[in-house]
Unconditional design. Sequence first.
Length: 221
Amino acid sequence: MIMNENSATTRVTFVRHGHVYNPDNVIYGRLPGFELSHVGRQQAAAAAHDLRDIELSAVYCSPQQRAQQTAEIILHHHPNLSPITAPLIDEIRSYFEGRPAEEVEARGWDLYTGIGEGYEVPTDIGARGAKFVTDLRTTHTGQHIVAVSHGDVIAFTLLWAMGAPLQVALKRHLDHYGITDRYPATASLTTLIYSSQHPDAPPKVDYWRPYSDELIADTLS
């Protein structure tokens, strides 16, 4: 749960988008037309409720529809802000877009190993997550920012922030870094808390899934 604010501290709260309507159970990636499901909207509303009393300086979001919708629900409680589209926290570019989810599940949710050129690998995702966070720490020093993004983007950005290897094997074992669900759940809040201005200082991590188990649904990145 997000704790009391401190004016000397910079906070970046990554919110994973809510559950997506995906009746054909495909890897949707950056494909258009994938919006929040009814459960996803409830999940996003729960995240928005927990953020309602936080003084936010900005809300950034991925260009994907599901992230934009999640950001809009959060912004219902912050009418003074408008969403800022941030390509650096966009969904991954994946070979598996449009393919059955069972195909990736059989690979242990590894979207990267053995994939040809032209698609992102963990180091690519970590690099853009690193740039996003580094830029925010400069432009929003001492402020609290929300960034609505995607599971793997949040996972590899967290691994980078903690100085851990950007390895596929680690992305679903993030309990070592405070992610109690092991991987960011839909509409979960992963806050990187920077109390030091040193650029290499690791953050504290605060993770929170703001809804009960009855709102959990099978989710993709």
